[in-house]
Write a protein that binds this ligand. Structure first.
Ligand code: ZN
Length: 69
């Protein structure tokens, strides 16, 4: 705890609350992350100016990434 100042929350994914792939916890911190890094450009991602959503598990810290559709 203490990684972020605000409280973690549940993430709704199409009607079902998201669960951590690692520990099964359902509370996450949500952050936007820019994808315009040199590494991603190298991988051929033309939409590298987009931002991804990352949800950090409150239980184990695992970061779940979601790309915009
Ligand atoms: Zn977890």
């Amino acid at each position: 705890m203490g990684l972020f100042s605000e409280k973690s929350k549940t993430i709704d994914l199409g009607g079902e609350p998201m669960q951590c792939l690692v520990c099964g916890n359902d509370h996450f911190w949500q952050r936007d992350a820019q994808l315009n890094t040199a590494g991603l450009t190298f991988l051929g991602l033309d939409w590298a100016n987009a931002s991804a959503v990352c949800c950090v598990c409150d239980g184990c810290g695992y970061i779940h990434w979601f790309l915009p559709k």
